[in-house]
Each structure stands twice: as structure tokens, then as C-alpha cells.
Write a protein that binds this ligand. Structure first.
Ligand SMILES: Nc1nc2c(ncn2[C@@H]2O[C@H](COP(=O)(O)OP(=O)(O)OP(=O)(O)O)[C@@H](O)[C@H]2O)c(=O)[nH]1
Ligand SMILES: [Mg+2]
Length: 1016
């Protein structure tokens, strides 16, 4: 083993940015500068080396993250280029998990965009150390023709905006990226308060500290403030460190006194420009003018070449194309790779420093409160493993731990033909089971501790593995595997290596059968799995797929299996109706998946259904006075009643719409809620760093805030009290235990009528969330009844009530879609048998109506569904937040496209200093398919749109409003006389797709309805 191994000289970094801001172009220059003949400097910026897939080159966007190992001045830099397109945002998660630092790029002309928010957030979540690269500075000069002063203001604004975004993440102010965008442009700064911005010590990105580079990746130049500070130090007679502080912000140079002063030090009416403008931007602008302007003063170039002693071949200087001349001068004067890589080495941590900082995110400390499980040896060893991850221990004898952030498929013929020792390999031999495929699966991984060897036997731990538990339930989360070979990644190229030490990235072959998407690899069983990665969105675009020729079904299924493994984000499932459903992040992603399926994995022709859009069902919100509705919930009227066929159980259901903010909160916190409800955070507590806050407490506070956000009138106090009472009665959430619907217990004061007994439970969820503390909990369940047998029976029926609620909330009455934002108070009371004989008779009854527990479940389900129908049902649809950039002349066609898609415009704004208009809008998911294409067609490709899933929104329309409509009219109505009922159309669409009867409903009285069913 190489003894000169120096972990301190390694940097693991990724490039993150909005789509098209120049990541892959920047990567080209970094690769070219590291030599080794991988990429000739002449091709840098044009080849887009890391976009090696055909589809990436064709579309000119990156679709996956891939890594390359670079050498720079004695350091080894593992660089990961990530995609910026929303559809591939999962690749940003996988890239940032394996990196310690993130180069965040922002296009100086376009400024901060949706994905900029998203990548900053990802970097924050994964505890990366970020540095900023303001790219495409050339566009400010050549395209926008800004003056140096205007350019400075713009750059300063971008830096400020990026800083504000990071600070909102620090303060955890926003739940989602869309929230933070909607909160308004953080960077709105007027000239007067620019002094204020400059001096904020808390800012993450500060050019004067050296973690911001100004660049033009296309032409290969870039610089940080320090490059200029050093150059001017001797000229201005100041130290380079004091210059470095002065070259950004409102600092001015007074030539007479050779003093640097702030704004106050300027004489009144002084025309002095900030030093950054005077000493950095103006010379740049001069060089550009000299080179590109036909009448430009060519002497300036000569002077520059001389004073910086640049060696430029005369052939290049005499080139007829002024752009090429400029490029060869600029890239030698301010070489991009030097500026960026020296910043990386100086400001980004090596693996040892990084892992000690990131360990609280990667492997949170587990505090075992329950001493009855596991034994102390296991705990002690797991702690040793954690320590060695924390210190990035690369000794061969220390435990070996690696994390696989994704699996990727490589055609077998692309694998290296020769092994580490130059021996010829037969690549087709192993991979047990998948020998019939031409694809080989490699794991994209990072070693966090110890040394990984080819041929080593390791344990593969899934995220659910718990070293303290044994038995079958845990066995399925741990597997043994033998690593076949290890490769260093050079973009597409793979170099076989015998072993890899902690702190490095590696591609591993031999885990294809063991890992689906991500996993922890460890040399010991006594290791906790790494915490799961977070993804910005979930795959929402679903289609059903079938082979054109039914004979190919087996090939399709195998193809889907391979695709599911090869793409970290795709979801493959089989629907209740037996269709194979593929869920992708968006249209571009879906298109690539289908192409991969057809050409690589299944190799058969496929039929793709139109997108399957999901909806939610709810009731009309209480617009005017939520308080009144809330009161009625506790009253004795306004309920739906269902009785079991055997007459022994009466179910009464009250329904209430939750405040929107609460629904949103419950929906977005589902992961946390799942842990809390499963009791995880009680047994296993995370410690250290920012995780110190008690998550339960902060969630509880946010729930209260969400509830209070709804009231505006004078009843606030009463309303709050009522809610406090309700929040103490949460028995369960649904569907699937964590959804945004609540099952509330009847009030404790609710009395049984006669000898019957109400099925009650403890308010389990309230208890977990801490709305009710354990001594309050000792409520006497069913105090009034003395019939022990009946009480026992009621206890055994609890799960029936729960399942009834879960089933009802997972498929509502409108079109079998999940319910949304509803609370149900379910009062199910059972009465005793009237006589002994009846009890005996029960056996035969159970034959007639099914078992009693089943009857109760059905009654609860039916009552919940009926309650929804009775109370002004509404359909809820998913909304995309859409950001469009359009040149002014195409505004007309753009608005036309938006109008056809039922879009709601939120903001329209001219981008300062550019001919582009930025429009923010909400577009319903149901209307979004083909949106980007249509927009491109109508605006000749000038307008671009990015969609992010934003929120759920109820259509205000009553789906049953139109009393009698012929179906044709609904479908093809001209919209002149009969108003198109969109809600109804959506519901019928889903019902038809699901094969449910499409009904003509006439609601005459809220409680009475007539149903004319007609099968379509
Ligand atoms: N004018 C100018 N154009 C640039 C600069 N850097 C990149 N570009 C252009 O911007 C476009 C996008 O560049 P890419 O490097 O593919 O962008 P990306 O960020 O990798 O894009 P995705 O990976 O798809 O998110 C290309 O046409 C580049 O030539 C620059 O500094 N100035
Ligand atoms: Mg790219």
C-alpha cells in the first residue's frame, strides 16, 4: 500500500447550478488543466466531456451525475458534475451526498433561479461547504453591454441574493423551495443600502474572503479577488491582504493620498468608483473592447501581454477571429482552472475535516435509551465505527465503511478489458443471474473509513437495518456480498484499481444483485446504516406501460427491473388494476426512461398510456368563519350515521376541513411524522450540531402556528381553545398512518346512550406529538359502562374503526383518490346483545353479514365517505410552480399558452438589464403535459419554462353543480351557454380511467341524494 497517502490533499467536490448555467463547461476546463491528455485545452468548454451519453450531447443538457479524478498541484480532486434540469434533481442529491464541497454556479445574466434555490438547499442539508462561481461574466459585457458600474451592481445583487437564500435555510424559515421563491426576491437591494450588505459578517459567500470566483467558462477565464489583490499590491503600495478586503464593497481609492476610504471618506460630489469597478472590471472591459471592437486599441492587448508576461503563440494572436484572440489572451491572463481549483483547495475541507463536520448528518449519533435491547458490545463497536467515519480513518485495519449513493448501468463492452495487473479479463463471467444482459451495474460510492479491496467480502446494509435487532425481520436488511472489482472513475472511463482508501470515490462492480438504489457497505455487522438522502421532489409523472406485442411481457418486466435499478429516481410499480406503472420526475426524464427501456433494457416496442394524474378529495373550506364550523363539529347535529347490518354498531361521523396551512404541514412533514408515530425519535435521538433541537417540539409548535394562521376575526382565543381540545384527541392520521387527514376521538364528555359502549382508544398521535402528556393520559376509557364483556369487545373493535378510516381516506367517494385535509370525529357505539339467544344466534348472523369486525370497518368507511359527499365535496389537484423566461416579443404567445393550461399568473417582471421577462405562475399538473413543448413551438424556442411541484389546491368549483348534462356537452361543450365544469370533467376522467361507473349525481338537499348510475 502506498505510504505516501495523504488524505489532507484530497478534495471531493461537486458542481451545482440551475440548468444551463455552465457546469459542464466549467468541468471541461478543470479537466483540461489537470493534464494527463484526457482533454486537450483547445477543446475545453466545447466538448462537454462529462456529458458522454448520446442523449446528453443531443439535448445539450446533463442527465446524470458523473465523477472524474483530477490532479492539481499535488492535490487529488474528485469532481462530480451534476445535472441542473429539474427532472434530474435526484442526481444532485446523490452527488452532494458523496462530496464535501459544492461549487455553486450562477449565470450572471440570468441570476438566481429555481434550481439555484434547490441546490443551495441540498448543499445545506448535506452539510457541504459551498463556494460561489458567478459565470458568464462575458455576457454582461458583450450581450447586455452594461457599464462596469452596472455590472458591479448586478454582481453584488446576485451575491446578496444567494446569501439571503442560505440564511433562510439556516433559520429554517421555509418549508420548500417554492415557498422561498414566493417569499419575494431576496436580493432586492437599492443602491442606498449596499453598504449594509457588504458588511454582514455572517454571509456565507464573500468575494473579499476568496470564496467567490467571477468567471467565463466558455472562454476559460476566471478570477477571485485575491488574484487582483496580489497584482495591485506593489502598484498601489498596499499589502495584498488589505487590498483583498478593499476590492469588494464600497471602498474607494484616493490617488492623491494613496488612501483607501469608505463612502463617508469621499469628498462631496466625488465621482470615485468602488475599487472593484476601478481596478477589476474596468480593465476587463477595456480588454474586451480592445479585442472585439474593430476600432479597438490593440495596444492595450500588447500592454497586457507584456505586463503579465503572458506567452501566447503569435499564430493565435494573428488569428482573424477577434473572439479567438480574446479567448487566448484572457485564458492565459486569468486561467479559469487556477482560480477555481485554488479556491477549492483553500476553502473546501479535506475529507478528514469534512467528515468530522458532516458525521452528524451522515451517521447521527444514536442514543440508546431502551437498555433492554441489544448488547453493549454491539453498541460499543458501532460507536467505534462511527468514530472512524468521523475521523476518516484510512488505516487498513480500521473498519471499512462506504456509502453507495446510486447504481448506474454500463454496457459490459465498455468495461476495461484488462485488470489491475494488465491481465485479460472475461467481463461476462459473473453477475449471477443477470448473465443474459449486456448491462453491468456499478455502484457509485465513497469510502468513509478504512480501505476497500477488490474481492473483499462486505455487508450491505439497507437504510432500515438495525444492528441491535436480530431475527428474520432484520435479516432482510443485511446481505453479504463480494466486491468483484473497483474502478476509479474518469467520466465515462474506468480504471481498475486493487484498493481504495477512505476519503475517495470509487465505482464498485459486484453489487448489482444486492443494492437497488442506495446502501451502506460495511466490513462489520455492527454498524448503523447511513441516514437516507433527501430528494427535492418525488416522481410524479406516471404512465402505464405495456408491450406492443403481448408476447414481450417478460422482456418488459425484465427491462423495468433493470431500469428501476439503473435510475436512482424512477419508480416502478404495479397498479391495483395490474398495469405496470412507471413514475418519473418529469417529461424529459420520462422520455429518457422510455428510450432506455426500448433500446437498452427491454429492447421491445412499447405502448405508453397518457399520464396518470393523481388527485385528492376534500370538502369546501370554511371561507367566512372557521369558528362556526368548528363549533358545529362538537354539536349533536350534522353527522352521518351508518348502522352495521346486524344492527349492533352505530357509527356517527362528523367531518371538518383542516386549516390549509395545517394540511400542508402534515403533508410535508410526513417523514418526520412517520418516525414520531413509529416511536423512533423516542428510542433513538439524534445528537449534536444543528440536530439538537427537539424535532417533536418544533413540529408541535408549527402545528399550533398553522392552526392559528387561519383565524382573522375576534374569536381567535375561543378558536384556539377549541383547536387545543381537538389536537388532544388525534387517534390516527391517514391514509397509511401519516397522511394529511385526522381521525379524532369523540369528546370524553360524549355519553353513551343506554347500555351501549363507544369504541374509544387513547389519543395515540396526540400523545406522540406531545399535545397531551402521559399523566393526562390516564383517562378512564368507558367509565360509565359496567358491562365488562362489552368493553372488551369494544377494545377488540378499535382496529376495525382504524382500518375503516384508513381505507376511506385512501380512496374517497368522488373518484377513489386519497382524501385531503379532513378531520373525522368517529363515534362508533356498540350495543349489547338483547338476549342470550341472540348471542347464540350470532354465529349464524356472522354467516349472513360477515364477521362483526368487518361490518364495523365497512360502516366506518361508508360513513366517512358519505360525510365527505354530504359536505360540498371538492376535487383537489396538484399544482406546479412554473418559472418562465421569455423575450418581450413573445409575451403574447406565451400568455396564450398559459391561458389554455388554466395557469394562474403570480408575478411578471422585467429582468433588469436584459430583454427577458420572468413570469411566475401556477399550472395544474393535469394541464401540464406537453406544456414545455407547446411553449417552445409557439415562441420559436425563445421561451423556456421549468416546473416544480408546488402544492395541492382545491378547485373552487362544485363538481355536482350542473344538474343534468349530457356527457357530450360536458366533453365537447362550446363553453358559450353551458359553463364547463372542470372539476366534474376531471373526476369523470379519473373514473373512466379506473373503470368506475361515471355517475350523474343530482344533489337536491345536502343530506339527500339521488344517484343514477350508468356504466360507460
Ligand atoms: N456566453 C457564455 N456562455 C457560456 C458560458 N459558460 C457556458 N456557456 C454556455 O451555456 C450553455 C450551457 O452550458 P453547460 O455547461 O452545458 O451548462 P450546464 O450547467 O452543464 O447545463 P446542465 O448540465 O444541463 O444543467 C452552453 O451553450 C455553453 O456554451 C460563459 O461563460 N459564457
Ligand atoms: Mg451539464
Amino acid at each position: 500500500m502506498d505510504d505516501s497517502y495523504d488524505c489532507r490533499s484530497i478534495r471531493n467536490i461537486c458542481i451545482l447550478a440551475h440548468v444551463d448555467h455552465g457546469k459542464t463547461t466549467l468541468a471541461d476546463h478543470l479537466i483540461a488543466s489537470s493534464g494527463g491528455g484526457v482533454l486537450h485545452p483547445k477543446q475545453a468548454g466545447r466538448l462537454r466531456f462529462m456529458d458522454y451519453l448520446d442523449e446528453e450531447q443531443r439535448r445539450a443538457i446533463t442527465m446524470k451525475s458523473s465523477s472524474i479524478c483530477l490532479q492539481y498541484k499535488g492535490s487529488a480532486i474528485n469532481l462530480i458534475d451534476s445535472p441542473g434540469h429539474m427532472d434530474f434533481c435526484s442526481e444532485v442529491s446523490t452527488a452532494s451526498r458523496l462530496s464535501d464541497g459544492g461549487l455553486v454556479l450562477v449565470d450572471a445574466v440570468e441570476g438566481v433561479h429555481i434550481q439555484t434555490h434547490a441546490v443551495l438547499r441540498q448543499a445545506w442539508i448535506e452539510k457541504l461547504t459551498p463556494c460561489l462561481v458567478l459565470n458568464k461574466i462575458d455576457r454582461l459585457i458583450v450581450e447586455l453591454k452594461l457599464s462596469p458600474m452596472e455590472a458591479y451592481n448586478r454582481l453584488q445583487r446576485i451575491v446578496h441574493e444567494v446569501n439571503s437564500i442560505v440564511s433562510t435555510y439556516k433559520s429554517e424559515k421555509y418549508l420548500s423551495d417554492v415557498d422561498s421563491i414566493l417569499a419575494g426576491p431576496a436580493g432586492e437591494v437599492s443602491d442606498e443600502n449596499q453598504d449594509f450588505i457588504e458588511d454582514d459578517e455572517e454571509d456565507t459567500f464573500q468575494p473579499q474572503k476568496g470564496n467567490v470566483v467571477f468567471a467565463c467558462a466558455l472562454d476559460g477565464w476566471g478570477f477571485g479577488i485575491c488574484e487582483f489583490a496580489e497584482f495591485y499590491a506593489s502598484k498601489l503600495g498596499a499589502s495584498s491582504s488589505s487590498l483583498q478586503k478593499a476590492l469588494w464593497g464600497p471602498r474607494y481609492f484616493i490617488p492623491k493620498t494613496k488612501m483607501i476610504v469608505g463612502k463617508k471618506g469621499l469628498a462631496a460630489g466625488s465621482k470615485a468608483r468602488p475599487m472593484f469597478v476601478q481596478f477589476v472590471l474596468e480593465p476587463l472591459w477595456q480588454v474586451y473592447e480592445a479585442a472585439l471592437d474593430v476600432n479597438g486599441d490593440k495596444k492595450i492587448l500588447e500592454k497586457l501581454i507584456k505586463s503579465f508576461n503572458l506567452s501566447i503563440p503569435p499564430r493565435e494572436l494573428q488569428n482573424k477571429d477577434p473572439k479567438l484572440v480574446l479567448q487566448s489572451v484572457m485564458s492565459r491572463w486569468l486561467p479559469l482552472a487556477d482560480a477555481v481549483l485554488s479556491m477549492v483547495i483553500k476553502h473546501m475541507p479535506d475529507p478528514i475535516a469534512a467528515q468530522s463536520f458532516r458525521v452528524s448528518r451522515l451517521l447521527p449519533k444514536r442514543e440508546i435509551l431502551d437498555n433492554t435491547v441489544g448488547d453493549s458490545d454491539v453498541v460499543a463497536e458501532a460507536e467505534i465505527v462511527r468514530k472512524s467515519v468521523e475521523t476518516c480513518d484510512s488505516q487498513p485495519e480500521s473498519p471499512c465503511v462506504a456509502f453507495v449513493s446510486k447504481m448506474f448501468a454500463v454496457p459490459i463492452k465498455m468495461l476495461p478489458q484488462r485488470g489491475v495487473n494488465g491481465d485479460l479479463l472475461n467481463n461476462y463471467t459473473e453477475e449471477g443471474g443477470s448473465g443474459d444482459s449486456d448491462e453491468c451495474f456499478l455502484a457509485f460510492a465513497r469510502i468513509f473509513s478504512g480501505v476497500l479491496h477488490a474481492g473483499q467480502k462486505v455487508f450491505v446494509l439497507s437504510a432500515l437495518y438495525d444492528p441491535l435487532k436480530s431475527g428474520d425481520s432484520v435479516q432482510k436488511h443485511i446481505q453479504e456480498a463480494e466486491l468483484h472489482s473497483l474502478y476509479l472513475m474518469m467520466g465515462q472511463g474506468l480504471i481498475p484499481v486493487a484498493s481504495v482508501r477512505a476519503g475517495n470515490l470509487v465505482a464498485i462492480r459486484g453489487l448489482g444483485q444486492h443494492i437497488l438504489k442506495s446502501a451502506t457497505i460495511s466490513s462489520t455487522k455492527n454498524c448503523w446504516p447511513f441516514s437516507s438522502m433527501t430528494f427535492q421532489v418525488s416522481p410524479t409523472l406516471k404512465v402505464a406501460i405495456e408491450p406492443s406485442d403481448p408476447v414481450d411481457m417478460a422482456a418488459l418486466m425484465k427491462g423495468l427491473r433493470l431500469l428501476n435499478r439503473a435510475d436512482p429516481f424512477v419508480e416502478v410499480s404495479v397498479s391495483a388494476r395490474g398495469e405496470h406503472v412507471l413514475a418519473a420526475a418529469g417529461e424529459v426524464h420520462l422520455e429518457r426512461c422510455i428510450k432506455d427501456l426500448k433500446e437498452r433494457f427491454a429492447k421491445v416496442n412499447l405502448e405508453i398510456s397518457p399520464p396518470l394524474v393523481s388527485f385528492r378529495e376534500t370538502i369546501e373550506g370554511e371561507l367566512s368563519n372557521p369558528f362556526e364550523k368548528l363549533k358545529s363539529l362538537t354539536g349533536n347535529s350534522n353527522y352521518i350515521e351508518r348502522v352495521t347490518p346486524n344492527g349492533r354498531c352505530t357509527v356517527r361521523v362528523h367531518i371538518l376541513k383542516l386549516p390549509d396551512a395545517l394540511t400542508k404541514l402534515l403533508d410535508e412533514s410526513s417523514d418526520l411524522l412517520e418516525d414520531i408515530i413509529a416511536g423512533k425519535s423516542i428510542q433513538v435521538k439524534t445528537m449534536g450540531g444543528q440536530d439538537d433541537d427537539n424535532p417533536v417540539e418544533s413540529l408541535r409548535k408549527r402545528i399550533m402556528d398553522a392552526v392559528e394562521s387561519e383565524v382573522t376575526d375576534g374569536n381567535a382565543e375561543k378558536y384556539k381553545l377549541l383547536w387545543e381540545n381537538l389536537l388532544k384527541r388525534i387517534w390516527a392520521l391517514g391514509p397509511r398512518q401519516v397522511g394529511p387527514n385526522m381521525l379524532l376521538l369523540p369528546e370524553t364528555t360524549t355519553k353513551e346512550t343506554g347500555p351501549s359502549v363507544i369504541i374509544r382508544s387513547s389519543p395515540y398521535v396526540s400523545e406522540r406529538l406531545g399535545f397531551i402528556n402521559s399523566n393526562e393520559l390516564e383517562l378512564e376509557i368507558n367509565p360509565s359502562s359496567t358491562n365488562q364483556q362489552l368493553i372488551q369487545e369494544s377494545e377488540s373493535l378499535r382496529s376495525s374503526v382504524l382500518s375503516g378510516f384508513q381505507v376511506a381516506t385512501s380512496a374517497g367517494p368522488l373518484c377513489d383518490e386519497p382524501m385531503w385535509g379532513l378531520a373525522f370525529v368517529i363515534e362508533a357505539s356498540i350495543s349489547p346483545f338483547e338476549s342470550e339467544t341472540e348471542a347464540i344466534h350470532q354465529q349464524s348472523q356472522s354467516d349472513q353479514y360477515g364477521v362483526f369486525s368487518g361490518q364495523v370497518m365497512t360502516a366506518v368507511k361508508e360513513a366517512c365517505k358519505a360525510a365527505l359527499l354530504q359536505r360540498n365535496p371538492r376535487i383537489v389537484e396538484g399544482m406546479y410552480f412554473c418559472e418562465l423566461n421569455t423575450p418581450t416579443e413573445y409575451l403574447g404567445p406565451m400568455y396564450a399558452v398559459l391561458a389554455r393550461r388554466r395557469a394562474r399568473i403570480l408575478k411578471e417582471e422585467m429582468q433588469e438589464g436584459s430583454p427577458l421577462f420572468t413570469v411566475h405562475a401556477y399550472v395544474p399538473v393535469a394541464e401540464s403535459f406537453g406544456f414545455a413543448d407547446e411553449l417552445r413551438r409557439w415562441t420559436s424556442g425563445a421561451s423556456s419554462a421549468l416546473l416544480v411541484l408546488s402544492h395541492w389546491e382545491a378547485l373552487p368549483e362544485d363538481p355536482f353543480f350542473v344538474p343534468k348534462t349530457e356527457e357530450e356537452k360536458e366533453e365537447f361543450g362550446d363553453g358559450s351557454s353551458v359553463l364547463q365544469n372542470t372539476a366534474r370533467k376531471l373526476i369523470d376522467g379519473v373514473r373512466r380511467r379506473k373503470g368506475l361507473p361515471v355517475e350523474e349525481k343530482v344533489v337536491q338537499h345536502a343530506t339527500k341524494q339521488r344517484t343514477l348510475a350508468r356504466k360507460v
